[in-house]
Design a protein around this ligand. Structure first.
Ligand SMILES: *[C@@H]1O[C@H](CO)[C@@H](O)[C@H](O)[C@H]1NC(C)=O
Ligand SMILES: *[C@@H]1O[C@H](CO)[C@@H](O)[C@H](O)[C@H]1NC(C)=O
Length: 429
């Protein structure tokens, strides 16, 4: 059975409306004052989508319920209906990471003040006439002025946030992929819970990964002392390597508010068949990270992982559900400075949602983005369909060969296929 998330009209902030493959490549939309007609279209579409939801019986129930749990509620910065749509822009010109000349493979946040460009802002003259403030203080003041201007506008349809997204430090799954080679990792070893000496199901950090968090801890401490505003909200993936990374990065710092991050299901990594993408139960997570809190509706068991059926999430689905979680944060969190601890594949999907250029992070790396979010008139676009989860080929025993760039050859006749090419894996994510 191949389950599809069918449909979908793009006019709604409802979960199904958001689950579209083309929702990110949208043409300019009509402005609000353009007619009550669009309100009626919006209402009609919401009803239509409701009917689709009710009748799409094959849709994965758990995914739907996760999404529905996130949908209700007014926007944090403005009261709007759930029919509104949020458009994101990564504002260029403030960080090195959005410059095409910055190479993600060699860039290290700790060599460049997190990438914050040395520049002036239109607000400097008033805020810092004697040139006494730091770059971070002047940038923070500028961002505050942007939001003040938004609030002065009666319609209040725009808001700005600064997101610091950190990839977890090296986990045992990363070490194992290096150890076995990517093809053999993907087609066999990643589907195991570990080997005789290491465990990588919901992997924890290696010593190298812990050292990466020590580096981040010291660097944040120095930047906070240099005027980087303290984060007002912290979010984390539910996977243990992220819980550890967030805790070790921030837990020991002297912060103005208690460090109590919120675990959000959809900040997890690409839900592949790998055991490193299957999360622990809520009870186990709570025991592992007692000072973290769970978002409302977080389920006891991992209801999204389908590795037992050899099925993994498609990248179209990942981008769509990343839009859901980013919409959720922007709709319910009024704070400006946010920290998100997640994964390379997931941060990549979020960067897509934010219309930022692709910037892949090595383990322990961190990227800040100044995000502009605007409420835009919903548009009715053609329906689109894509598979949400698809079969991922595996070997049932260690493969005979594993050749980089080619794939691996399974050893036994009990395999689901003869030759596995390189599939997306935890590292590639
Ligand atoms: C800005 O200048 C400081 C001090 O000279 C330097 O350490 C930092 O790397 C510079 N930032 C960028 C993005 O070049
Ligand atoms: C198990 O995998 C780890 C990498 O995660 C590796 O360092 C170790 O040598 C492996 N153990 C065996 C017995 O192959």
């Amino acid at each position: 059975m191949s389950r599809k998330l069918t449909t979908i009209l793009k006019s709604s902030r409802s979960p199904v409306g958001a689950l579209t493959s083309s929702s990110l490549a949208r043409s300019p939309v009509p402005r609000r004052n353009q007619a009550s007609l669009s309100i009626w279209i919006c209402i009609a579409t919401c009803i239509f989508i409701f009917i689709i939801i009710s009748s799409t019986v094959k849709m994965k129930a758990s995914m739907l319920s996760v999404a529905l749990a996130l949908a209700p509620g007014a926007m944090a910065w403005k009261e709007v209906s759930d029919c509104d749509e949020i458009k994101y822009t990564s504002v260029p010109g403030f960080f090195l990471q959005d410059d095409a000349n910055t190479d993600p493979n060699t860039f290290d946040y700790a060599n460049f003040n997190f990438g914050l460009l040395n520049r002036t802002y239109p607000t400097d003259a008033k805020f810092d006439p004697r040139h006494k403030k730091t770059q971070w203080q002047r940038f923070a003041n500028y961002v505050e002025s942007l939001n003040d201007d938004c609030k002065k506008n009666k319609k209040d349809q725009t808001t700005y946030k600064v997101l610091f997204m950190g990839r977890h430090g090296e986990g045992w799954h990363n070490a194992a992929e290096t150890f076995y080679g990517t093809p053999a990792w993907n087609c066999y070893w990643a589907e195991q819970n570990g080997n005789s000496t290491a465990t990588w199901a919901d992997a924890e950090l290696t010593n190298n990964g812990i050292a990466q968090t020590t580096k981040a801890n010291a660097y944040f401490k120095s930047r906070f002392a240099d005027g980087l505003p303290y984060f007002e909200s912290y979010y984390s993936s539910p996977l243990r390597r992220c819980l550890q990374t967030a805790q070790l990065t921030f837990g020991s710092l002297k912060l103005p508010h208690p460090f109590k991050p919120t675990i959000k299901e959809l900040f997890r990594e690409s839900i592949s068949i790998h055991t490193c993408d299957r999360r622990s139960t809520k009870t186990q997570i709570h025991a592992f990270a007692p000072n973290f809190q769970f978002e409302a509706g977080f389920t006891e068991d991992d209801e999204l992982w389908e590795g037992a059926q050899d099925k993994g999430e498609t990248s179209a689905h990942q981008v769509a559900r990343s839009k859901i979680v980013i919409d959720d944060v922007f709709s319910h969190d009024d704070n400006t400075w946010l920290s998100i601890t997640s994964h390379s594949g997931e941060i990549g999907a979020i960067l897509t949602v934010l219309n930022h250029r692709s910037f892949s992070l090595s383990t322990g790396q961190i990227i800040p983005v100044l995000v502009k979010a605007e409420l835009v008139e919903p548009t009715v676009e053609p329906t689109s369909t894509y598979a949400s989860f698809t079969s991922e080929p595996t070997c049932k025993s260690p493969p005979i060969t594993s050749i980089s760039g080619q794939g691996c050859v399974c050893a036994t006749a009990t395999t689901t296929f003869a030759t596995a090419t390189i599939t997306s894996g935890c590292k590639a994510h």
